[in-house]
Design a protein around this ligand. Sequence first.
Ligand code: PAF
Length: 284
Amino acid sequence: MSHAPLARFTAAAPLRAELAGWRRSGARVVLVPTMGALHAGHLALMERAKALGDRVVASIFVNPTQFGPNEDFSRYPRDTEADLALLAGAGVDAAYLPEVAGMYPEHFSTRIEVEGLTEGLCGAYRPGHFSGVATVVTKLLNQVQPDLALFGEKDFQQLLVIRRAVRDLDLPVEIQGVPTLREADGLALSSRNRYLDADARARAPRLHAVLARIAEGLSAGGDAARLLEEGRATLAAAGFDPVQYLDVRDAETLAPVERVARPARVLAAAYLGRTRLIDNVAVG
Ligand code: PAF
């Protein structure tokens, strides 16, 4: 089937003009927000978006406000031309590439804070991160006004934070999570995997192996504290240092879980060398 070429927008006004035309023809619009450095995991999001909607917009914006002062904002991988080629190949209708000055004009002074959900796990180690994410995602949702927006489950806490902000602020959009895509050895696809050297890449799949082992152990009625302790020891032996967190949480509220009665999630963040990896799996 022939397809119109990928349209590119760097500002919200012309994008909205294009979107208005789509909407008049009754199209269901899906937004997939990204920070670029696209990989097969992102392409799975695009594919899902195409299956669920009539028009797909992908945004690429390395959002400065979600990076801490000692994080990898300046070295975050950027390859816009390669990203645009992938989006065109995936049949995406429009790429939205806002500029930092357009997103955050002079005297920008509003931020979205989602309390509670953002306090533990990544939130404890990345102060301000989820406020930056919630703010930029709210802006993207307001700019594009999609019917549906898709986010990867790899950033599980992020997904819950976005769902909560959308619900609390009555944003008229449906949010859906998409399961994590993995390499054959279990490593979750991530733009940051590019940072791993050969040795770290060989060790990295232990993270998923440990999470999967804990999830299986919990499903079989195992003791959470013991399983987590074994998991931490396995990660340390594989060279993960530090292991920032390895925990079992309620899959909706992220409250700590001792006995698994409701849907739960095992989540971890750990460093291999300078690279911070995160991952999570469902229990059961
Ligand atoms: O997951 C990401 O790539 C980013 O956090 C997001 C949702 C695009 C916001 O900048």
